[in-house]
Design a protein around this ligand. Structure first.
Ligand code: SF4
Length: 316
């Protein structure tokens, strides 16, 4: 098998990690590289394993997304669905499986295949009792699904699978990406379809609105423009907050396209300062100590790489 090359890439989440903590970007993109190999060093192996860690918010979002897609498929087959069915058939088995893998530490044999939850791995950083946490997750997932089935699902009536744009995910290998000014940019919208000459991009959120969601939607519009040749005025983005049952729909303007393009260029330029000769083509990182640690110590308590930084953080 050909050797994998660690090429420079950018995404909204990578940019957020970098802004929060330079060291996090180093651990997530460079220290972990080759950590899957038999001959990996202890640091490489640990960074790779920790990079795969998830948390209860990611798990909740994934469970909701699976159930939403299941409900859309049922509707496409002409079947009626209820919230209870969507939860029981699509969300609950997934949640139970992840919870079991994480609590039994099955990730020790294969961190890519089996789920590891931060809440299990760093129990000292999680003050909420497990029973309260799971009860809240289940309530919120059911609330999201209830809102989707009542308000969201009818809007997808008549959309056939053939109209959908396939989105590559982590499960299918390299996730969805596109080339922008010679850079690899990851953009993984939840659900996309074409209708007439318009393209519709939906992203389902199971939590509260956050400012970076708008950057994500702008990036998805750029993806549709570059990768699918969709004209700027024909790209509709729908940010669906399922917990509250609200939707923010928009068609981005040329100004907003320029704004997300500028954000990418600025962020990439800052990241390049941490590479040897500032060369993103070679993509060789400066030594670990040149990547500053988080200024906000509370960020460390939410961070999956805490174990690797602990010796430098002392007692926090
Ligand atoms: S534990 Fe803190 S310093 Fe280390 S990578 Fe995470 S946020 Fe950065």
């Amino acid at each position: 098998m050909a050797e994998l090359i660690n090429t420079f890439s950018w995404s909204v989440s990578a940019s957020r990690d970098f802004d929060e903590c330079r060291r996090k970007r180093y651990l997530a993109r460079y220290a972990m590289w080759n950590g899957w190999k038999d001959q990996a060093t202890d640091i490489q192996r640990a960074a790779y394993r920790l990079s795969k860690m998830e948390n209860r918010f990611i798990l909740q979002g994934n469970a909701v997304e699976m159930a939403v897609i299941w409900a859309i498929r049922q509707q496409q087959e002409g079947k009626a669905v209820t919230m209870d069915q969507a939860y029981a058939v699509a969300a609950r088995p997934f949640l139970n499986q992840c919870w079991k893998e994480s609590s039994k530490k099955m990730w020790k044999s294969n961190p890519k295949k089996f789920c590891c939850l931060q809440e299990h791995y760093y129990p000292e950083h999680n003050t909420q009792p497990e029973s309260e946490m799971t009860a809240r997750m289940i309530d919120e997932i059911k609330q999201c699904l209830s809102n989707f089935i009542q308000e969201g699902l009818p809007r997808f009536k008549g959309i056939e699978e053939a109209q959908e744009v396939k989105i590559a995910t982590v499960d299918s290998g390299d996730p969805e990406s596109f080339q922008f000014e010679g850079l690899k940019i990851y953009a993984i919208p939840d659900y996309v379809y074409k209708k007439d000459d318009q393209i519709h991009i939906h992203d389902w959120k199971s939590g509260n609105p956050r400012p970076f969601h708008n950057d994500q939607m702008a990036l998805y519009s750029l993806w549709a423009n570059v990768k699918h040749n969709a004209p700027v005025g024909n790209i509709h983005v729908h940010l669906e907050y399922l917990l509250s049952g609200t939707v923010q729909s928009a068609v981005l303007t040329k100004n907003e396209f320029q704004k997300i393009s500028r954000l990418i260029r600025c962020s990439v330029a800052e990241m390049a300062e941490y590479l040897v000769d500032g060369d993103i083509r070679k993509n060789k990182p400066l030594p670990q100590e040149d990547w500053e640690m988080a200024a906000d110590i509370y960020a460390c308590k939410r961070c999956k790489f805490f174990e690797l930084c602990k010796p430098e953080l002392g007692n926090i």
